[in-house]
Design a binder for this molecule. Structure first.
Ligand code: LLP
Length: 385
């Protein structure tokens, strides 16, 4: 049962809540796998996008690996039944405690972000008596042409090491005894709509491969991160991202070595469109230019508009009549707590139910309890079958 086509069944549920369309989630993952095709390729789902257990359960059914960025995410992956051999642990600031946790679980690999981290990893591995697999994250200095806060592959971003550093680090890498250099890792940013950005990343990957081959490193793994964007303006018409175009860009242009596996870390493109934040209208309040539509959900449930000024399509599920311009705002005591300004919507009244679309990624996971607000529940379409 879909909330968008028949919201009657959902009327009695207290708002706000997150709603997930399980069918769309499954269809999206299937399309991604089809777009990827057979070969030495693997997708690791980026837990950070949404670590709701029921989402993870679906992801697991399709055999994806896990891309984790905290000890708690690693624990969640293990608890959910992800095979440790399919768990990656990334992040620029792993604590010793988190590294030890990854070692205990004997995960597939650490994505290492600095040479100091590499030395710590080697030392902790020595203590634990293990030889630890790791990939080095390289900062390729590629502009992802996305919001500056989610741009990660430019020289002045905090992520990874530069190519020059890599060159200088070769003797160190060779000297370490408790770690095994198995791959290179990249991630240039998120919500990337311009596929040419990925082509530029591939060019950098090929350069790094050549450099490493010159030093006799034939690495078994290349990880190109995630970042594929989705259509926030038209979530219905474009509910599934262009996975084929995205994967083809790598498959056609990356000089993969024999016996090398290509890894992807996709988050947003797999889960964003299957989720909506469902809210009710509390008040319609006259304003200078437009009317304020005050919702019972705000930046505490979905911070993306306040943090990045990002747009999420808003749909009135109770009424389709007329057209009025509103500023759609939340109840939190900050002016940044707004979902949209000057937005034309059907004439809306107190009690109407709204869907704030494309909220399945970086929605629930970024929620806070500012103003001592409740953690909101999540509801799945298959609860109503
Ligand atoms: N791999 C690494 C190393 C990452 O840092 C990220 C996302 C991903 C993979 C997954 O990227 P995706 O496929 O989801 O684009 N809170 C922001 C997004 C932050 C993304 C952080 N890194 C937002 O709401 O737009």
């Amino acid at each position: 049962m879909s909330i968008y086509t028949n919201s009657d069944h959902f009327r009695s549920i207290e708002t706000p809540f997150y709603y997930y369309d399980t069918d769309l989630l499954q269809k999206t993952i299937k399309t991604a796998q089809k777009g990827l095709g057979n070969g030495p390729y693997q997708i690791h789902y980026a837990f950070k996008a949404n670590s709701n257990r029921r989402i993870l359960k679906e992801v697991l059914k399709f055999g994806l690996g896990a891309d984790c960025v905290s000890g708690n995410e690693v624990n969640r992956a293990v608890e959910m039944g992800f095979d440790p051999r399919n768990i990656l642990f990334a992040g620029v600031g792993k604590t010793d405690k988190e590294i030890k946790l990854g070692l205990e679980h004997d995960i597939f690999a650490f994505n290492v972000e600095s040479l100091q981290e590499l030395k710590v990893l080697d030392q902790l591995s020595g203590v634990s008596g293990k030889k630890t697999r790791y990939a080095l994250r390289i900062n390729p200095n590629v502009d992802a042409n996305t919001h500056e806060y989610i741009t990660t592959g430019k020289r002045d971003n905090k992520f990874g090491i530069t190519l020059e550093e890599l060159n200088l680090a070769i003797p160190l890498i060779k000297s370490l005894e408790h770690t095994e250099f198995i791959g290179i890792h990249f991630h240039i940013g998120s919500q990337i709509m311009d596929l040419s950005r990925f082509k530029e990343l591939v060019d950098r990957c090929n350069e790094v491969q050549r450099l490493l081959l010159d030093h006799s490193f034939e690495l078994p793994h290349i990880n190109v991160g995630g970042g594929l964007g989705i259509d926030y303006d038209q979530p219905e018409a474009n509910s599934i991202a262009d996975f084929k175009g995205y994967f083809d860009c790598f498959k056609k242009n990356l000089a993969l070595l024999p016996n090398q596996t290509l890894h992807f870390e996709l988050g947003r493109s797999l889960v964003a469109q299957c989720g909506s934040l469902i809210a009710r209208v509390l008040y319609i309040k006259p304003a200078e230019r437009t009317s304020f539509m005050v919702l019972d959900a705000g930046m505490t449930e979905l911070i993306r508009p306040a943090l990045y000024r990002s747009f999420h399509f808003i749909e009135n599920l109770s009424s389709q009549e007329g057209s009025v311009v509103y500023d759609v705002v939340g109840p939190i005591c900050e002016t940044s707590d707004a979902f949209a300004r000057d937005l034309s919507l059907p004439e809306t009244k107190r009690g109407d139910m709204l869907a704030i679309r494309s909220a399945g990624a970086y929605g629930e996971v970024m929620a806070s309890q500012y103003n001592l607000r409740e953690v909101v529940p999540s509801i799945f379409s298959d609860d109503f079958k």
